[in-house]
Design a binder for this molecule. Structure first.
Ligand code: ADP
Length: 651
């Protein structure tokens, strides 16, 4: 083993031998025996040497055997024995040289006793200090500049798994297979230069597990400045590293979600808002809502005080910001003047709610209006307002679709009125016919009463009154028709049937899903656009599709198929077929099915097919039933209609 470099009483060389194995007894006897021999030789033999000096050996043996008091006792005994031996063998001052030898011996015994006592006390202090190193939780070891272990504390035993006697004299970094992430040479250089180094090391414990330690090295030099030893203190940070890595991983996952979410996410700082809301006096009897209404400048300031800490890519897309461009710093930049939900969110915050959601319109960088659905998550405790998360969903498309649907519905409603008119013409004509006939009859009667001699003016007056009443009624009927036709005549466009079918399918999609109906679409490639009223033709398609879906409601045991086929019909027409695998149509019903008010449904009107036929015929086409549709999935029914490919409208 190399020279001990730290405290002499290292755990390898305990200052005091362990309890139970103390050699004090034997050594004490040896010391006493030796003292006795020296005394006998000194007192009773004619030897003229400084025999008493040998008592120093007794003191040294006593130093090994006894504590402080034992040593003092032994040394005092030796001094007394020296004096006694002198007086037994010499008379006082009879020989100067004998006296001198006795005095030298006494001095030697006293000095060696003092030195031994001092050494024992220093050793005790060092032992106590070494004990402190034992008590620390961090592994500590001392090694020579060439890495040989000279001290190894209990915590090092615990962490690395080797006992101190197993590592004694071994190269510690070879044993621990230390990996130096910063480079071994650089670390050793730094240690020599600065006398200390600290950093992370990866080491291998006895079981083979790898541990990461935070290592602190201190270099001890001798009086000449030569490196003597290195004190290495290592703190096991494996768990901390693992926790840190897990945290970093979770951060990374969160970041990925944040960056790639199709929902806009913003991190906002609401601290100032929170402080102001908390500071608004509540005991004045005025509600916060009223206060904010009365102080628009406060609301404006609060909007400005909400800063945007972070925003994801989807938000940048939403506001039309380039990837490189900086997003606005304050919430105020996104909100239009008098935006109402901000104040609502303040009230929700004041009520202590932790979530607020709403629908609003924000301003893009170019000033455009972007409708959004949003949610704000407020922290449940006072701190944390520097990180208020806001989620926003772009609902532009949804809004547009909603508006388109509403427009379509109102158009359909209007068309329904107009086409129903066709079916009602007969009854209206009948109604107008009746007052007209009454006018004619009463007019003729009035003439007859006038031609009488003398004319019966009373009868004439009564007949003319009835004429006026009938005329008024006819006028009322006509004005009813006018109201009915209030909207301008339907427009005629070039229509892509494929597109039209798509739109119609969209409108009955829910019904299809509800009835578990599968749609088969088969549009021939060589179908050209037709000329007609998009909404009316769509109504035909929808009527036929809804009828087909309803006809399959009771079908069990075979697929419910709704087939829409579009193909040229001859050279002049396009034929659209709407077929189903439903219950089919009874032969006797086929004749009457297009008549108004024919229905087999409890809640049916029986007007659908009649209206469809009027529309198709108004477009110059034909609508008819083709027995079974030409697939053999079930009996079912097939309705066909044609539309001329030419622009001309039929009668
Ligand atoms: P409604 O649907 O109000 O009864 P329609 O004029 O649309 O009025 O239909 C008239 C009748 O024709 C229906 O009651 C039904 O009996 C029959 N019908 C229509 N389409 C089909 C079909 N695809 N399969 C079987 N029967 C049908």
């Amino acid at each position: 083993m190399d020279a001990p470099v730290v405290a002499a009483p290292s755990p390898f060389r305990p200052a005091a031998p362990p309890e139970g194995r103390r050699p004090g007894g034997i050594l004490g006897i040896v010391a006493l025996g030796l003292a006795l021999v020296i005394f006998l030789v000194d007192a009773f033999t004619p030897l003229e040497g400084a025999v008493a000096v040998l008592y120093v050996v007794v003191v040294l043996i006593a130093a090994r055997a006894f504590q402080r008091n034992g040593v003092i006792l032994t040394a005092s005994g030796c001094l007394i024995l020296t004096a006694v031996a002198y007086f037994l063998s010499h008379r006082l001052f009879d020989s100067d040289s004998a006296l001198l030898r006795a005095l030298v011996s006494l001095a030697a015994i006293a000095i060696s006793a003092l030195l031994v006592l001092r050494n024992q006390s220093a050793a005790r202090i060092l032992a106590e200090q070494a004990e402190l190193l034992e008590l620390t939780h961090d592994p500590i070891f001392v090694r020579t500049p060439t890495d040989t272990v000279t001290f190894w504390n209990r915590a090092a035993e615990d962490l690395y798994g080797w006992r101190r006697d197993e590592v004694r004299g071994r190269n510690v970094h070879v044993l621990l297979r230390t990996a130096f992430p910063d480079g071994e040479a650089a670390i050793r250089d730094a240690l020599m230069r600065n006398g200390r180094w600290e950093g992370e090391l990866v080491q291998t414990v006895r079981s083979g597990a790898r541990v990461v330690v935070e290592s602190r090295w201190s270099l001890q030099r001798n009086a000449d400045g030569q490196p003597l030893a290195v004190l290495e203190t290592n703190t096991d940070i494996t768990e901390r590293k693992r926790a840190h890595a897990a945290l970093a991983e979770s951060e990374r996952r969160y970041r990925t979600i944040f960056d790639t979410a199709r929902v806009a996410i913003l991190q906002q700082d609401w601290r100032q808002v929170k402080a102001v809301i908390d500071a608004v006096p509540r005991d004045s009897g005025m509600s916060l809502g009223t206060y904010l209404d009365d102080h628009p400048e406060v609301v404006r300031d609060l909007r400005r005080s909400v800063t945007i800490v972070d925003a994801n890519a989807e938000l940048r897309r939403l506001i039309g910001a380039d990837t490189g461009a900086a997003a606005p710093q304050s919430l105020d930049a996104f909100l239009f003047e008098d935006e109402p939900t901000f104040v609502e969110s303040l009230l929700a915050l004041a009520r202590g709610e932790t979530f607020f959601e709403g629908e609003t319109v924000i301003r893009s960088l170019s000033g455009e209006r972007v409708p959004i659905l949003f949610g704000i998550t407020f922290p449940s405790h006072a701190d944390g307002f520097e990180c208020v998360l806001v989620f926003a969903l772009d609902i532009t498309e949804r809004k547009q679709a909603q508006e388109a649907l509403l427009a379509l519905q109102s158009e359909l409603a209007h068309t329904a009125r107009v086409t129903t008119l066709g079916e009602l013409t007969a009854s209206i004509a009948h109604e107008v016919n009746q007052p007209l006939a009454a006018i004619v009859t009463n007019g003729e009667a009035a003439l007859r009463w006038l031609k009488r001699s003398p004319p019966d003016l009373g009868e004439v007056s009564a007949a003319v009154t009835r004429v006026v009443a009938s005329g008024t009624r006819a006028g009322e009927i006509v004005s009813r028709i006018r109201t009915f036709l209030a909207k301008a005549p339907p427009p005629r466009d070039w229509l892509d049937l494929r597109e039209m079918i798509g739109e119609a399918v969209l409108l009955v999609e829910r019904e299809m899903v509800r009835h578990d109906v599968r749609l088969v679409r088969d549009v021939a490639a060589d179908v050209t656009p037709v000329h007609g009223d998009r909404v009316q033709l769509q109504q035909v398609l929808i009527n036929l599709m809804v009828n087909a879906i309803q006809a399959m409601a009771t079908v069990i045991g075979r697929p419910r198929l709704l087939i829409i086929r579009v193909a040229p019909d001859g050279t002049e027409h396009v034929r659209v077929t709407v077929a189903d695998s439903g219950r089919g149509i009874a032969a006797e019903a086929v004749e009457r099915i297009f008549q108004p008010f024919f229905t087999t449904k409890a809640d049916g009107m029986g007007m659908g097919l009649a209206i469809c036929r009027s529309i198709v015929e108004a477009h110059g086409g034909r609508l008819w039933i083709g027995g079974h549709h030409d697939r053999d999935d079930g009996p079912g029914a097939a309705f066909h209609f044609t539309i001329p490919m030419t622009a001309e409208r039929g009668s």
